[in-house]
Design a protein around this ligand. Structure first.
Ligand SMILES: Cc1cc2nc3c(=O)[nH]c(=O)nc-3n(C[C@H](O)[C@H](O)[C@H](O)COP(=O)(O)OP(=O)(O)OC[C@H]3O[C@@H](n4cnc5c(N)ncnc54)[C@H](O)[C@@H]3O)c2cc1C
Length: 391
């Protein structure tokens, strides 16, 4: 089997890259280890930056998002039983975000790829990327019980944090920057309309809580829990009781309860692999970097990477110049580190470390107070939350 760009992984990064390259007249084959139903049901991100929304629209994948997505013009910060709204358009010259689930982004892109794009093989697990530092890289993969080889001009490693692409970079060539956190998120999906029309980020002495949503009738809620927690350790009643405590306010706000349909625990990690290129292998999305989910940046970074990569490959096709491909890693990493900084700061601002001292608690509250009192501090948050430029 042979193609111009072999793409490993049909998450948002791999699927959007395939779509963008099709638009540029570059052929691709996408290899995805899991089956279609699994990829379409995997619950993850839900907040799309303006730049991500624009990129999906430009790729012709925005029609359902524009019909069903929920435009959000702000978030609420909650601490000390008080509520403070951050108004994005007022602070950023009109920018906002869109709440539209990653599952739906993937469904839309898969449908387009199957209808109009190159081959997308489900159940095709990449085993290794070989000869990445030569002019003829290859992906060895297993599909329907048989081993096969995909010969490519370029390989895009879009296979997430636990994928195989990164392992093709020899030890000593790349460098990893990493931080793990001593807490995790217990997340639920519940069949109940959201209790607030915007996301609520709550800092509480008992730990962080987040109120989010997937649709007008489905809530997504998270609790900070100790790292290593198992979902089954928490009953539904315990989860609702704890959410109520952490979201409590001095006014008459109440949390709506409903049937919990899904429960999972996500660990928190910051991780960057530099450079994001080795020879003709380009890493994109979670394969190259991870952020803790507090800043809602992971999916958006993945989109930024593949927009940059697609432009660089199209430029090479049109002009014969590899200048943009050569700049790929440095271009992406500038944006990646801004997102790493923001995600780390938001995590520190809102979570309670198990060994937090009373002094650190007071500092955390002082930082939140500052956000409510200073337009400059609020603007900094709003600019980062709605997204860094794609260039
Ligand atoms: C609970 C949670 C909440 C989040 N909330 C947000 C949010 O609000 N906003 C945001 O921007 N981000 C959020 N994120 C992060 C976001 O979901 C990820 O950053 C995003 O999925 C990255 O996309 P990707 O395509 O790079 O990787 P993935 O989505 O991980 O896709 C990688 C694909 O590669 C496949 N694969 C793996 N190994 C192989 C192999 N060997 N061969 C073939 N295929 C392979 C996988 O099956 C998968 O389909 C959240 C994440 C979690 C867990």
């Amino acid at each position: 089997m042979r193609t111009t760009v072999g793409i490993i992984g049909a998450g948002p990064a791999g699927l959007l890259l395939a779509r963008l390259l099709r638009g540029a007249g570059i052929d691709t084959v996408v290899l995805e280890a899991r089956d279609r139903a699994y990829v379409e049901q995997r619950q993850r991100a839900g907040v799309l930056e303006q730049g991500t929304v624009d990129a999906l629209r430009a790729a012709g994948a925005g029609a359902r998002m524009d019909r069903e997505g929920l435009r959000h013009d702000g978030i609420e910060l909650r601490f000390d039983r008080r509520r403070h709204r951050v108004d994005f358009p007022a602070l950023t010259g009109g920018r906002s975000v869109m709440v539209y689930a990653q599952t739906e982004v993937c469904k839309d892109l898969i449908a387009l790829q199957l209808a109009e794009g190159g081959p997308l093989l489900f159940g095709a697990e990449a085993l290794a990327v070989e000869d990445a530092d030569t002019g003829r890289p290859r992906v060895r993969f297993r599909h329907r019980g048989r081993e096969d080889v995909l010969e490519c001009d370029y390989v895009a490693g879009c296979d997430g944090f636990r994928g195989v692409s990164r392992t093709a970079v020899p030890a000593g060539v790349g460098q990893v920057f990493e931080r793990t956190y001593p807490f995790a998120w217990l997340g639920i999906l519940a069949d109940v309309p959201p209790s607030h029309h915007e996301l609520v980020y709550a800092r509480h002495d008992r730990g962080f809580a987040l109120l989010s949503m997937r649709t007008p009738s489905v809530s997504r809620l998270y609790l900070q829990v100790p790292e290593g927690t198992k979902p089954e350790e928490w009953s539904d009643a315990d989860i609702w009781r704890e959410l109520e405590r952490r979201f409590e306010t001095d006014d008459d706000w109440t949390l709506r309860r409903g049937p919990v349909t899904r429960k999972s625990v996500t660990s928190m990690r910051s991780h960057v692999h530099e450079p994001m290129r080795y020879g003709r292998l380009f890493l994109a999305g979670d394969a190259a970097h991870i952020v803790p989910p507090t800043g809602a940046k992971g999916l958006n970074l993945a989109v930024g990477d593949v927009v940059t990569l697609a432009r660089a490959l199209a430029h090479e096709k049109e002009t014969g110049s590899a200048a943009l491909l050569d700049a790929y890693s440095a271009t992406c990493l500038r944006r990646v580190w801004q997102a790493e900084r923001f995600s780390h700061d938001m995590t520190g601002l809102l979570h309670r470390a198990p060994d937090a001292t009373p002094f650190e608690d007071r500092l955390q509250l002082a930082r939140l107070e500052r956000l409510t009192a200073s337009r400059a501090a609020e603007t900094d948050l709003a600019e980062a939350y709605t997204g860094f430029p794609l260039d």
